[in-house]
Design a protein around this ligand. Sequence first.
Ligand SMILES: Nc1ncnc2c1ncn2[C@@H]1O[C@H](COP(=O)(O)OP(=O)(O)OP(=O)(O)O)[C@@H](O)[C@H]1O
Ligand SMILES: [Mg+2]
Length: 614
Amino acid sequence: MSDTRTAPESETESDPGPATESPESPEAPQRSSLRGLLRLWPYVRPVRIRWGSAAVVAIVASCLSLVFPLVLKWIVDGPVADRDPGGVWLGAAALLVLGIVEAALFGFRRWLVARPLAGVEAQLRADLYRHVQRLPVAFHDKWASGQVLSRGTTDLMLIRMFLAFPLTFLIVNGTTILAGFAILLAQDWSLGLVLLVPVVPLMILLSVFEAKYALVARKAQDQVGDLTTVVEESVLGIRIIKGFGRHKAQSQAFRELSQELRGTELLKARLLAGIWAMITFIPEAAIGAALVLGTIQVADGGLSAGTLVAFLSTALALRWPVESIGFLLAMTQEAATATERFFEVMDAEEEAEDAPASSTPSVRDGLRFEGVEFRYPDAEPDSVPLLQHIDLHIRPGETLALVGATGSGKTTLTALVPRLHEATGGRITLDGRDITAMPRAELRELVSVAFEEPTLFSASVGENVLMGAGKEAGDAELRRALSVAQADFVHRLPEGADTQVGEQGLSLSGGQRQRLALARAVVGEPQFLVLDDPLSALDVHTEALVEAALRRVLEDTTALVVAHRPSTVLLADRVALLSGGRITAVGTHQELLRDSAEYAWLMSGERTHEGADA
Ligand SMILES: Nc1ncnc2c1ncn2[C@@H]1O[C@H](COP(=O)(O)OP(=O)(O)OP(=O)(O)O)[C@@H](O)[C@H]1O
Ligand SMILES: [Mg+2]
């Protein structure tokens, strides 16, 4: 994600802790699922009253269903026994009213929770997005984008569904089951005990099931993340895929992953089917036993027919609450996994607090690297740092070209200035102020960047360029920046600077994008400019034009410019050679050509065809 984001923004720093690792192993420790879910409380808190009222409404509605058997008992023992049709009608009418009230209450519950829970989901998503934006580049280097994406979509949806449904119904059904058993035991305690017997084996089965299901659910959700990554990559890389005729291989990779996911989903379904079967069978066997015992008791005259009817219909009314526990727990487990995955991103190391805006007096000192050392977070701790003992001083208004073989760490070095990565040793100062002692927003206002990979966002050309400037910048600044970058092609676009570009808009050529990125870097007239090989995609003539214009900008800017070709090097006052992670030579182009064999060699490759105009 090395785009030319120059807009001031604060970022989060990450430690390469294990928590930021995209987890491969599906480990969802049972103990943490409840604790994990509890972490949602701050999000649920604002809607707790509405959610609580909805739960109470649902409990009332659900317990109403337990009144049906009591009415039945009254009908059987009263009007039916007395052969009183009027009484039967009255009972039937009461049942109808009960049914309508129950349905109305459930509808009311839905209405109560739907809107606030959509709000909770939106809040979770907003927080995730905001956090992801503030995570350091090192985090994004490490995490597959699909893993982040799937957390913002599938996982959040699972969480919302959990809050709307399983959470409520675990409570509702639990209460209903307790109330139901109280009624059963009150009617006939011996029959009630028969129904209570299966509770113990059911509990054991459920806890075994939950532990197994947790593992599979985690695996499935991680696989969704992997699948998202493949889809995203194949969409973004569609040109490469087509260009190399790789669509078969890509489809194959996709198929394999989706087969894996299918396997995991089937495993989930099998587990669920197993527990469902047990949860249905065991209570029904118990009800059967109670039926036999009850009938014997009625025959013996120890029990009224009405009581048996009521008893059995209560038991049957409890079937759904009991049976649903299996999939409610499954959904809860999925939500726990989703929550865990959500917080894995949210917990990714918060940045070391931004330094407060300090009043350190700044002197005109330019850009200074003092003993800077850098090692990527995922490098072996005892490996040789990628950059070490970097001492450089770019004087105010000076332009320094940074030259080095490919892979020598030039891009890495430039990324240290706007703190996209943090130097692991030494310090960098801007006008005498340590960059780590300034708020990031201020730092990024001072320093503008353009990277090798020019990224444009789905917005108009003008918006893309003005991203590099403060809010007050307008048309005049835009025109000036476009002219510096020799981006006159903009005026020939269908709607000029208002033309939409980026993923959702017009596709621009590599050189056109590079010039817009350059315009973005210079539009804010920054004091410090960091350009990473900004002219690589331009033809020689355009390059010459851009250079001429850039030379004027560079006159009053302190700039660090990564250069591969002699023509770009000539923009600079001095050149530094980066080799083996160190600055091995500093001087003018001519001096280095004379004194450094490596420099001469690096430049000579270009000389054969471009040396003449240089
Ligand atoms: N995010 C990263 N994590 C770990 N290593 C990285 C990361 N980015 C780059 N590297 C490694 O750091 C080294 C220097 O990379 P860098 O991009 O700074 O080189 P460069 O000098 O800009 O090369 P080029 O001239 O090709 O642009 C490379 O070996 C690269 O593999
Ligand atoms: Mg580079």
